[in-house]
Design a protein around this ligand. Structure first.
Ligand SMILES: NC(=O)c1ccc[n+]([C@@H]2O[C@H](COP(=O)([O-])OP(=O)(O)OC[C@H]3O[C@@H](n4cnc5c(N)ncnc54)[C@H](OP(=O)(O)O)[C@@H]3O)[C@@H](O)[C@H]2O)c1
Length: 326
């Protein structure tokens, strides 16, 4: 496995990260643990979760994904120092006004709750899930700085920040000598490009932030299993994918299928290889719901797309006006 640095830090992570949002939603605990063990066995050392996963499921209080991971580490006797555990804070975890957000009070409570569920005494990468307009960024960063000093957290990251918000956070850390965000977790894939590429790409490149994109396969659409005139696949996420099934995106899938044949690869592998071809990308977060999907996605690490193939896919999914293109 070609481990790489998490941005400017000395922390080494695998070039794919295993996402666990599906746990307790698409997968029960036994199947989740099987996927986790298979992931660890192939050398992936990077795991992403969040306290709120998966609170959107009826009857699910949140924290399930963290609980499954904690149980797995204990039951499978995973050496804690051999995995890089990333989780997030910000979402709503209770009924009270302080059970959400990035205030000092919620962060201090939330980190202890995550540590309890994960059955560990530190989190490698603690991420602000999204911004909190009610809390000054200085308060948030001071609370995070305290967690790092206390040893509860090793590195800090952000997710779903706009470029100006990320710059504001970096500037505030610099001004007050506080821990800074060393990674960004943006929504980024072949059919969702502008949000990251418009300005965040340049911020991450310039300031050495690791980029760990989520939904690299557009929730399954970029695997090729959503097709014209075919019934939707049996997936909890199928209804949500209907919005991706535009003529432009389906034509992309057709072209990716042809390209995949040339590389003796699969459509998913082409989608991941396109992301991995950009040196700013550290580790796409994959969301496999089975060991077969994990193995297929892992195969992307062997696919090296030629420059003209990368350019072709980028042209097919271009978001800039033509006169803005270089
Ligand atoms: N920061 C945030 O706001 C945020 C938001 C979303 C996600 N995330 C993180 O990013 C992770 C990944 O996100 P995502 O689940 O949207 O990623 P994704 O890779 O775009 O989609 C994963 C889904 O695609 C399907 N799939 C994956 N590999 C496949 C394959 N080889 N063949 C066929 N189907 C395949 C599976 O769903 P089915 O089997 O059900 O079809 C799987 O759940 C999450 O687990 C979470 O850790 C973060």
């Amino acid at each position: 496995m070609d481990y790489r640095k998490l941005g400017r830090t000395g922390l080494k992570v695998s070039p794919l990260c295993m996402g666990t949002m599906q746990f307790g939603w698409s997968l029960n605990e036994t199947d989740s643990q099987r996927v986790l063990s298979a992931t660890f066995d192939v050398g992936i050392n990077f795991f992403d979760t969040a306290d709120i996963y998966s609170r959107w499921v009826d009857g699910n209080p949140g924290g399930i994904s963290e609980t499954y991971i904690g149980n797995w580490m204990k039951q499978a006797k995973i050496p804690r120092d051999q995995i890089v555990l990333a989780t997030k804070v910000r979402g709503t975890m209770g009924k009270g006004p302080n059970d959400q957000g990035l205030s000092r009070v919620h962060i201090v409570n939330a980190v202890d709750a995550s540590l309890r569920r994960l059955q560990t005494d530190y989190i490698d990468l603690y991420q602000a899930h999204w911004t909190d307009d009610d809390t000054p960024i200085e308060e948030t960063l001071r609370a995070f700085d305290d967690l790092v000093r206390q040893g509860k957290v090793r590195y800090m990251g952000a997710s779903n920040y706009a470029a100006w918000e990320l710059m504001q956070a970096l500037w505030t850390s610099d001004k007050y000598n506080l821990v800074r965000y060393d990674s960004l977790q943006p929504h980024y894939n072949l059919i969702h490009r502008d949000e990251f590429e418009r300005e965040l790409h340049a911020v991450c490149l310039t300031y050495g932030l690791a980029v760990i994109p989520y939904s690299p396969l557009a929730g399954g659409f970029l695997t090729g299993k959503y097709r014209r005139n075919e019934t939707l696949p049996d997936s909890k996420r199928a209804e949500g994918r209907k919005r991706d099934m535009t003529e432009k995106n389906l034509a992309l899938i057709d072209e990716m299928e042809v390209m995949a044949l040339r590389y003796k690869a699969t459509i998913s592998q082409i989608a991941l290889a396109w992301l991995l071809a950009d040196p700013v990308i550290t580790s796409p977060i994959i969301g496999a719901t089975s060991i077969e999907q994990l193995k297929e996605n892992l195969g992307a690490l062997k696919v090296r797309l030629a420059e003209d193939e990368i350019a072709f896919l980028s042209r097919m999914t271009a978001w800039k006006n033509e006169d803005e293109e270089e």
